[in-house]
Design a protein around this ligand. Sequence first.
Ligand SMILES: *Cc1c(COP(=O)(O)O)cnc(C)c1O
Length: 462
Amino acid sequence: MKYISTRGQAPELSFEEAMLTGLARDGGLYLPAEIPVLSRDEIAALAGLPYEEIAFLVMWPYVSGSFAGDEFKEIIARAYAGFGHDARAPLKQLNENHFLLELFHGPTLAFKDFAMQLIGQLFQVALKRRGERVTIVGATSGDTGSAAIEAFRGLDAVDVFILFPHGRVSEVQRRQMTTPADSNVHALAVDGDFDDCQAAVKDMFNDFDFRDGVKLAGVNSINFARVLAQVVYYFSAATSLGAPHRKVSFTVPTGNFGDIFAGYIAKRMGLPIDRLVVATNQNDILHRCLSGQGYFKGDTIPSISPSMDIQVSSNFERALYYAYGEDGRAVAQLMDELKQGGFYVSQGAMEALRESFDSGRVSEEETLATIKSTLEHSAELVCPHTAVGIKVAEDTRAADVPMVTLATAHPAKFPAAVEQASGVHPPLPSRMSDLYERPERVTRIANDLGAIEDHIKRHIAE
Ligand SMILES: *Cc1c(COP(=O)(O)O)cnc(C)c1O
């Protein structure tokens, strides 16, 4: 499988090269040149298999040129061995036809572990084979950073630097990033918001001297390997609810559009997904765009679902690429307009987006009310991001199609909001109950590209 850029001007790469590179050199994002399609029988055969076997069968066509079959099976086994639930991604029933897909049983209690644990193992094998070392730099609104640190800590071929917005992540998120003692882990608290952190990472990738000098590698949700890992649980959930013999819809609490884009790939692979519903908090650029109001940046307003406090959703570029008929030039033009503030989506592309996607926006009050009502009616304590999804799902779902809402984080990751809404304090799972006692290690840094690049150059291991 070859990988191409959404902007059409970067060299084609193998899976391994695209994974190690992250952002393409024309500023675009890598996608497979063709999306493999599974037959109805192949999809039916996935029902009831262990998660790891589904993962292998779904991902194999994408990676087969870069890894051997047994090697890839072992990578998958190591990636999910540390999860706290044998099903990896269990389904819970909320009411008649509404299900929660629990994606928070990994080591940092959020869905990002599914992709990051896999990518850690993939990097380790690939770099070892090449005899190389890389510097991983990532921006996080909270959960990506802890997941990346947990996946890469202690690996000797990698230094990992994580930029997070100072004061805008929850205490659990911050401590998960600042307490690992491994010397290859570097947490940077940036004086800015998440979009500033994300912009700094993009700028570092576009600074080719710096990029080549430190051998920069990215594991943000722009990395296609992450999207790919997330495709798997759409298959595991849908087949356990009757696919391919019946359709299933998904509602996804959305920030950077990575998780829901994985659902779109699953649909293009032949999984009978009826609707893919984008659920946003008050930072609603995606909901506005999908409602026909154009894609225009606003200010990011801090919310109780901070992992979705995003105004520019980097993976949306991938959805635009398909909506515009795989026209890299058109995508490059839109991204230029975005630098000036935003753009309107053409009518044809809007229609293409609406074939797959619906959307909804949830206020802070509605989020709190949904945490409370979900506990009352379904006996489930959910995190604020999940509550945003549940609310939009209830507002949009069809009575006769099963709806699966992705439960993206464990409630204990956001204890203040959960307790405010429900009166119940969500305890951390016992395996991390000493998190508040561990010493923290973090560097506070100005929102300044030069200062950040300097810091990284001075702190990578030789
Ligand atoms: C990252 C994250 C999201 C948003 O996912 P995207 O792939 O960025 O759309 C939602 N909820 C939680 C808990 C997250 O950590």
